[in-house]
Design a protein around this ligand. Structure first.
Ligand SMILES: Cc1ncc(COP(=O)(O)O)c(C=O)c1O
Length: 401
């Protein structure tokens, strides 16, 4: 049996929807993108949603619109996808990494406060809601107000993730989502920035469209559409196509099915993986609703995760890798959760960092393991995964002893 890490849920509705822009000829940022934005804003209970070409461009445009640039510093968790840090560097600002809390994979609040106290020129925090679990936004917003810094939420993985009925991306100045196929809802490539600040939404709308003061859709709806509008800022081409917009509209129509399906599989993993002390299942703090963009455990082996040192992490890492290789040999896709960005050559060299500088991020990089999750995963597929985890874990321990 072959079990992929995830599967996009496309059916006849998506096939029909992408034909519409092909037939109308309006294939770039048009009525479907506008409809997708409207539906996304409604879902997240936010007034403004601006679709962009992907989450990285959304983060970049958001940072620019917040006034972040050369000479500024932005705090980014050390365990995230490299795009979070790259977006900061695109603006000319400098990344300041912060370690994470291993249990949630999200930014460590006491360490964040320490950085805000000691570093100069911090202009913004970019909390990441990793794998669909919100970072501790109530505490982060308290710190942001105390230290007068802006907040841009990297909500790439956080579609339908909530804290006490508040959607990810609505706590800070803005939040940015990804619709890459590894995400819960997908448009192939795609991104969305949400905000409750009208001026920020307008600024990002212009930035995504070369700085144009009016979008093509607006111009075509108005009289005098043959004249180009004024360009009042240096912008980018970060537009979403209307084909992607059409996919987005269809995906929004099936969010209940997609999210319910993913959460049901996560619940079954929570139940079945508890029997394996070698695996630590994801934590969901009270009041949080996990979106399960990924179902990510920590590999604790026979030793457990107490008193982690680099040597212990490296030892467990060798076992985790054998475990993953053996599952792969059985046709089951797994992945490390994401990477510790400070260990990647570019960032390590640029900021002269050591792996042990952010030890929990290093541990998460070396010990995390993502299991397959998708809506519609059959009982046979799920049971095959559990049965093989059981078999391989037993062998894996024998292999390293
Ligand atoms: C945490 C995080 N931030 C940013 C991104 C970038 O998203 P995109 O590929 O849509 O640019 C990703 C994508 O995987 C991500 O996981």
């Amino acid at each position: 049996m072959k079990i992929p890490i995830t599967k996009a849920i496309f059916d006849e509705a998506e096939k029909a929807a992408i034909l519409k822009p092909l037939e109308s000829g309006w294939v770039v940022q048009g009525p479907n993108v506008a409809e997708f934005e409207k539906m996304f804003a409604k879902h997240a209970h936010t007034p403004f949603a601006v679709a962009l070409s992907n989450c990285t461009t959304a983060l970049h445009a958001g940072l620019v619109a917040m006034g972040i640039g050369a000479g500024d510093k932005v705090i980014v968790p050390a365990f995230t996808y490299v795009a979070s840090a790259n977006a900061v560097e695109y603006t000319g600002a400098t990344v300041v990494f912060c370690d994470i809390e291993l249990s949630t994979f999200n930014i460590d609040i006491p360490k964040l406060e320490q950085l805000l106290k000691t570093e100069t020129n911090i202009k913004a925090i970019m909390p990441v809601h990793l794998f669909g679990l919100c970072a501790n936004m109530p505490e982060i917003m308290k710190l942001a107000h105390k230290y007068h810094v802006k907040v841009i939420e990297d909500a790439a993985c956080a579609f339908d993730s909530w804290i006490n009925n508040q959607h990810a991306g609505t706590f800070g100045d803005c939040g940015c989502f990804s619709f890459h196929p590894r995400k819960a809802i997908t448009t192939g490539e795609g991104g969305m920035l949400i905000t409750n600040q009208e001026s920020l939404a307008k600024h990002v709308s212009q930035l995504r469209d070369h700085g144009a003061s009016k979008s093509d859709l607006q111009r075509h709806k108005e009289k005098g559409g043959s004249l180009l509008p004024d360009f009042t800022m240096r912008g980018y081409n970060y537009r979403m196509t209307d084909l992607q917009g059409a996919l987005g509209v269809c995906q929004m129509q099936k969010t209940t099915r997609i999210m319910h399906g993913r959460r049901e599989i996560a619940k079954r993993y929570d139940h079945d993986l508890k029997q394996f002390p070698q695996l630590v299942i994801p934590v969901v703090p009270k009041g949080y609703i996990h979106g399960y963009q990924s179902y990510v455990c920590l590999f604790a082996g026979e030793e457990g995760l107490n008193q982690l040192t680099k040597e212990k992490i490296d030892r467990l890492n060798r076992q985790r890798n054998i475990f993953m290789e053996q599952l792969e040999a059985k046709g089951i896709a797994t992945r490390q959760g994401t990477h510790a960005v400070h260990t990647l050559s570019y960032y390590k060299n640029r900021y002269q960092l050591k792996e042990s500088d952010y030890l929990m991020a290093y541990a998460a990089d070396r010990l995390s393991i993502t299991f397959p999750v998708y809506a519609g995963m059959s009982d046979a597929e799920f049971n095959y995964v559990i049965q093989n985890i059981h078999e391989v874990l037993t062998q894996c321990v024998e292999l390293v002893e």
